[in-house]
Design a binder for this molecule. Structure first.
Ligand code: 3HC
Length: 315
């Protein structure tokens, strides 16, 4: 295709974006737009599926039947979110098996937060409250993402995330208002998950290689720092309401700006975890690889059945 044609196509494409016209799978799109969506949506899908592991670890140890049922429902929801997102990434021409293999080979990223261990039941509360709370902050704007299938997947996901966040905050509230030991357990979980939750929003805007372009293409509607700030502003009062203390000595309300000021994130820790050296990275990827191996008989049986049906139809 001639240089001029591409430039004209890119101009028309950006015009559609600027006019809030959704981009659909069969529309022309710049290779770089397709590539960054495959990157982000596949890593989002991996995060959903890997995110099942820290919580799945506590289903058999929930303190009562109600808590077990709620946690089971949440973990099942995450599996569904992963499937929506793997389907969305396929609409961009990505192969499902290759996408999943990228996770298993360590080629693809998933959210750093899931590389931290879940040591007590209070961690189930902290994850629902903070991790799903952060996910909602980030996923609500994605409901207005310029790419149609991603935006539509997010609408369904966000409805379920609200339940995830509420059930987590309920666990933290119960513990914080329980015995001194229970309150200490909730505070310990907040201490361990607060900073990794802030890291979920990605590096500072100045250090983000993708944010500027993703904002121009309206994949992102807000920058990493904007969403992180929103999360802090909403979550700190929630912690105070249940009598817990956010583990940040630099945290203070700035009445002039109407925002909380907070301390510097440990970006060395962030990049160490992102590059595979977090407390649980190896366990998580090993578990996903084993799940694929353990599930091969299901795929073989389903393929055998599909082949038989095809043969019967053809005869
Ligand atoms: N963990 C791992 N990698 C991260 C990261 C994190 N918390 N934050 C950023 N990165 C990576 C990016 O993927 C990128 O690496 P890459 O080029 O190899 O993909 C690099 O660090 C630079 O970061 P950028 O901010 O420039 O990259 P993005 O523009 O992609 O922004 C993001 C990062 C904000 C995570 C964005 O990708 C996004 O919004 N993704 C969709 C939401 C998502 O994936 N959330 C993860 C949690 S899902 C979840 O919590 C499920 C819930 O149900 C529990």
């Amino acid at each position: 295709m001639k240089e001029l044609d591409i430039t004209e196509l890119e101009r028309k494409f950006q015009e559609k974006i600027d006019n809030e016209i959704r981009i659909e799978p069969n529309d022309w799109m710049p290779d770089a737009y397709r590539k960054t969506l495959i990157r982000q949506i596949s890593q989002h899908a991996h995060s959903e599926v890997v995110g099942m592991l820290p919580e799945g670890n506590w289903i058999t140890r929930a303190p009562n039947l109600r808590r077990k049922a709620v946690l089971l429902a949440k973990v099942q929801d995450e599996a569904g979110h992963g499937l929506y997102l793997y389907s969305a990434v396929e609409t961009l021409g990505a192969d499902r098996e290759e996408t999943i293999d990228d996770l298993h080979t360590g080629k693809a990223k998933y959210s750093s937060i899931f590389n931290y261990p879940t040591l007590t039941w209070a961690d189930m509360g902290a994850i629902g409250w903070l991790v799903d709370g952060a996910a909602i902050m980030n996923q609500v704007p994605l409901c207005r993402c310029s790419y149609g299938p991603y935006a539509r997947a997010m609408v369904r996901v966000c409805k379920e995330e609200s339940f995830h966040q509420r059930q987590g905050f309920e666990i933290m509230t119960k513990l914080a208002q329980g015995t001194p030991e229970q309150k200490a357990m909730a505070q310990d979980a907040l201490n361990r998950f607060w900073w990794p939750a802030l890291m979920m929003f990605g590096p500072n805007d100045a250090d983000s290689p993708h944010t500027a372009q993703s904002m121009k293409w309206k994949i992102k509607r807000h920058t990493n720092d904007e969403l992180r700030q929103q999360f802090v502003d909403i979550t700190v009062p929630q912690a105070e309401m249940i009598g817990l203390t956010v583990p940040d000595p630099d945290l203070k309300w700035n009445a002039e700006t109407g925002h909380y000021e907070f301390g510097e994130i440990n970006w060395d820790e962030f990049w160490q975890v992102v590059s595979g050296n977090g407390p649980c990275n190896k366990d998580r990827v090993d578990a996903r690889r084993k799940a694929k191996e353990d599930g091969s008989w299901v795929r073989e049986a389903a393929n055998a059945y599909a082949e038989k049906r095809k043969a019967r139809k053809a005869s």
